[in-house]
Design a protein around this ligand. Structure first.
Ligand code: C2O
Ligand code: CU
Length: 485
């Protein structure tokens, strides 16, 4: 089973942290300001879930897709006991948190994988408020439905709003009767098709370049025997049985949008509403109003809407894929619901770009010349059977060696025609240059043939993955390691 990391020669060996271990580290005690401990049991297991009346087999946390939200306050100590009732080994990665390295959940790099039938105690202090999520870091397990929101509240929340709603977007994969290896092989074949793709698939300044868009005439979902995405979900629900936001007019609602899809970026909009963008990957920005935005795999946005009077579609359109959008319903009054295939005009309205955003002062990284710079060339190889960084797949790289206290610049150079939502573990970086004025993120969509530079402060020692959050690209090689020496 699926441990893509085990066996890598980057695995230097780690100290296993078992039950009862994991005392609060020195760095953590400085952050452990609330003195509160949040405990949770988390059980990963095969389940049958109901998808609009269809019983489907998958794997999930605590029997539901997405898993139950985990909520804490910045400075809390989380103690989570993972029980692995899956037929193969797993781990949990806490996506976006600058947590202690030995709790980061990367098998073969930060911990031993948790064997089938075993359990593991995760214990760490949550440093920063924001919208996060968690998922396994073994193979493509996250694409089965092992995913859940992790919301870290701000003890001094500066933003005022009346309600909040978490919206988890996901591409539901059919055909889970197959092993992950089979799925991977199919994805790789899909990649072969992508190799023939031209620039013509792009519009809106290139932002709509969907991953894995087949370039031939066969729409996804056709009877090709290939993996298909028959459903795009918002909070585990389809348009036939949509997730409902039931409220009253004139309310300020904070939407915490998380893209948990393995292979799909979404264009998000709420019919009849403007989106005031307030956070990227958990960190605050000067609010900017737009009609629509694209959420790459692993990215999060917080937006505030002021509710109108009526019933409105909340839609997540899969970029570059011929498929029915994810659909939820916002209702503030009785009356007819919008059609489930409603395409609100906002989708074609003003689209958010990183360049529109600016970090608020408290979230800004103070400017400094980088001590080290690394260029990461992002490459498609062999028609998409492999995805490389600088000419090599994961396991064949020398790690990017850095020292604590340094300022690091990563130049992500996309040399392919797919976009790559690049994710750095254990840190939030600041987008350098004009292309997003200092906004803090941990996952960034690098567009086809584009270069983006991000700066991070090396303040969290350990071994940290950098990888594409198209989970198939990552698993097929597009990963490397940032290593404190
Ligand atoms: Cu959600 Cu290694 O990432
Ligand atoms: Cu990628």
């Amino acid at each position: 089973g699926g441990g893509g990391f085990a066996g890598s020669r980057l695995f230097a060996g780690t100290t296993p942290v078992g039950p009862g271990a994991a005392a609060v580290t020195q760095t953590e005690s400085a952050r452990h300001v609330t003195g509160k401990v949040v405990r949770r049991e988390l059980r990963a297991a095969p389940v049958t879930v109901d998808l609009a009346g269809r019983a489907v087999q998958t794997w999930a946390y605590d029997g539901v897709v997405p898993g139950k939200e985990l909520r804490a306050t910045a400075g809390d100590l989380l103690r989570i006991r993972l029980t692995n009732d899956l037929p193969e080994e797993t781990t949990v990665h806490w996506h976006g948190l600058a947590l202690r390295n030995d709790m980061d959940g990367v098998p073969g790099l930060t911990q031993d994988p948790v064997r089938a039938g075993a359990s593991f105690d995760y214990a760490f202090v949550v440093p920063d408020p924001g919208t996060y999520w968690f998922h396994p870091h073994v193979g493509v397990q996250l694409d089965r439905g092992l995913q859940a929101p992790l919301i870290v509240e701000d003890p001094r929340e500066p933003m005022s709003y009346d309600e909040e709603v978490v919206l988890m977007l996901d591409d539901w994969t059919d055909g889970w009767g197959d092993s992950p290896d089979v799925i991977l092989e199919r994805m790789a074949r899909k990649g072969m098709v992508m190799g023939g793709m031209s620039m013509e698939g792009m519009d809106h300044g290139g932002m709509s370049m969907g991953d894995s868009m087949p370039s031939d005439e066969q729409p996804l979902g056709a009877d090709t025997g290939d993996v298909v995405y028959p459903a795009h979900l918002i909070n585990g629900r389809t348009s036939e049985d949509p997730f409902l936001i039931n409220t009253t007019p004139g309310r300020r609602i904070r939407l915490r949008i998380i893209n948990a899809g393995g292979d799909t970026a979404y264009r998000f909009a709420v019919g009849g509403h403007r989106l005031s963008v307030t956070h990227t990957d958990g960190f605050p920005v000067d609010p900017v109003e737009v009609d629509t935005l694209i959420v790459g795999m692993g990215e999060r946005y917080d937006v505030v809407i002021t509710t109108g009077d009526g019933a409105f579609p909340v839609v997540a359109v899969p970029e570059g894929k011929e498929a029915a959008p994810g659909f939820a319903l916002l209702r503030t009054a009785s009356g007819a619901a919008p059609a489930p295939d409603a395409r609100p005009a906002e989708l074609a309205g003003q689209l958010l770009s990183y360049a529109d955003l600016r970090a608020v002062e408290s979230a800004a990284l103070e400017p400094r010349e980088p001590d080290r710079e690394f260029e990461l060339g992002l490459q498609m190889v062999d028609g998409g059977r492999q995805w490389f960084i600088n000419g090599a797949a994961f396991g064949d790289h020398e790690p990017l060696e850095i020292q604590s206290g340094e300022r690091i610049r990563l130049v992500m150079r996309n040399e392919s025609m797919m976009f790559h939502p690049m994710h750095v573990h254990g840190h939030t970086f600041a987008l350098a240059g004009q292309n997003g004025r200092g906004i803090r993120k941990d996952t960034i969509n690098v567009l086809p043939m584009e270069s983006l530079s991000v700066d991070l402060q090396a303040d969290n020692p350990g071994q940290w993955l950098i990888h594409c959050h198209n989970i198939y690209h990552g698993e097929l090689g597009m990963m490397t390691v940032l290593s404190y020496v």
